[in-house]
Design a protein around this ligand. Structure first.
Ligand code: GRF
Length: 186
């Protein structure tokens, strides 16, 4: 079983976290969520507590490491991860972004701002990206992307909802790919 730590943000929606937890619980992923890390108590940590998943509050990466995760998944975490932690989890730390990187990434590109920028640029498609975490926002190697159309009547809100649904599928698939690549290295 691959040991997964999930790091969520202080906004605390935690929908990607829930998608990963449920894929572990129903056997779609040969993995176990060993802890959920969050800057503060949120609905996401309440969910984790109810699922009997250990919680690390605040976002103390040293305390996270005590749970010996093989893979760390950032999901809605807005802060930069300290560089020694990025180094410790090289090729073992993923993030999800609600656009097709390298477009529409970087500092300030989060939440509705991303979808507004996609629409303002007249893009015909958008989607999400799971990438490895580096020391810069949204710049690590891309593991998996999924795309959707941007419809003529699209609003930032409708696009956000469409992309979020895709994110849940994309993150689970990306984790499955990562696990497979580890069990059958080239
Ligand atoms: C997602 O849109 C993700 O791409 C971004 O932050 C959001 C987190 O949403 N990094 P949720 O907390 O998983 O619902």
């Amino acid at each position: 079983m691959t040991r997964v730590a999930i790091v969520v943000g202080s906004k605390g929606r935690g929908s990607n976290m829930r998608a990963i937890v449920s894929a572990c619980q129903d056997g779609r992923l040969p993995a176990r969520v060993v802890c959920v890390v969050c800057p503060k108590e949120t609905p996401a940590t309440a969910f984790a507590a109810a699922a009997e998943i250990p919680i690390v509050i605040p976002d103390d990466f040293g305390a996270m490491s005590d749970y010996r995760p093989d893979l760390v998944c950032l999901a809605g975490y807005m802060r930069l991860v300290p560089h020694e932690i990025v180094a410790q989890y090289e090729d073992r730390m993923l993030n999800i972004h609600p656009a097709l990187l390298p477009k529409f990434g970087g500092k300030g590109m989060w939440g509705m701002a991303v979808h507004e920028a996609v629409l303002a640029a007249g893009e015909r498609e958008s989607g999400c990206t799971v990438h490895f975490v580096s020391e810069h926002y949204d710049e690590g190697n891309i593991l998996l992307q999924m795309k959707c159309n941007v419809d003529p009547a699209e609003t930032p809100e409708s696009l956000a909802a469409k992309v979020l649904k895709l994110e849940h599928e994309c993150y689970v698939q990306a984790i499955a790919m990562w696990i497979r690549s580890r069990s059958h290295p080239e």
